[in-house]
Design a protein. Structure first.
Length: 223
């Protein structure tokens, strides 16, 4: 049964080291995890569409966040810029209020969906917290079998989120990919995969710094 805001606040207060959050846990959430899902099921603690930002959780409340077989269902694309401009216009003309927009569609942002999703996980994560992801390897049989899978990932995807991926790795082209979009920073701790099965990734929240130095002391751009 979904928890009330008061119950959620009490849970966060009781776990000073951080709560554990299962994104899209559905009917089978991880034991001891707060289950955030868009389906109103008895096993779901917070009913919320994970593509509407921000989520109903405070900053830096979680020490562990996991999502199992969720990210492949997220549309990675940005919102239609014509639609975002139209909504801005309606708000400017006071035909819609900012609160109505937030309650209906969440933030009216043109940022690509998956980048915004990753930034939202980073927001609710405590410093040094861990984000665990399991997803079918992009292009595998398991990825293709589900008609609702719309985005595939491979071992290189996560380099776009880690500003410290060395330039001299076995795949040197992965170094500096973070600079393309400059999302909130993560550290890749585990990145395992099987081309015909799943991939499992563990990311650790990095602090925001004015600069990140590569091993050769070059300085990538950081806004």
């Amino acid at each position: 049964m979904p928890k009330s805001q008061k119950e959620i606040a009490a849970l966060i207060e009781a776990r000073q080291q951080g709560i554990h959050v299962d994104l899209g846990g559905g009917q089978y959430p991880q034991p001891g995890f707060l289950n955030l899902d868009n389906r109103d099921l008895k096993q779901v603690d917070i009913v919320h569409d994970l593509t509407l930002f921000p989520w109903p959780l405070p900053d830096e409340c979680a020490s562990i966040v996991m999502c199992s077989h969720l990210v492949e269902h997220l549309n990675p694309m940005s919102a239609d810029p014509k639609l975002t401009r139209l909504i801005d216009l309606l708000v400017k003309k006071k035909l819609l209020s900012p609160a109505e927009v937030l309650d209906t569609i969440g933030e009216n942002t043109g940022k690509p969906m998956f980048l915004r999703f990753m930034d939202e996980v980073w927001r609710i994560m405590k410093p040094d917290g861990q984000f665990m992801i399991t997803t079918p390897y992009g292009g595998s049989f398991g990825w293709w079998q589900d008609p609702t899978h719309i985005k595939g990932y491979n071992e290189a995807t996560w380099a776009y989120f880690d500003p410290m991926v060395p330039l001299d790795r076995a795949q040197p082209s992965l170094g500096g990919l973070w600079n393309i979009y400059e999302p909130k920073p993560w550290k890749i701790e585990i990145n395992t995969w099987h081309g015909n099965s799943n991939m499992e990734v563990v990311l650790r929240k990095r602090p925001i710094q004015k600069q990140y130095l590569y091993p050769d002391n070059s300085v990538p751009k950081y806004a």
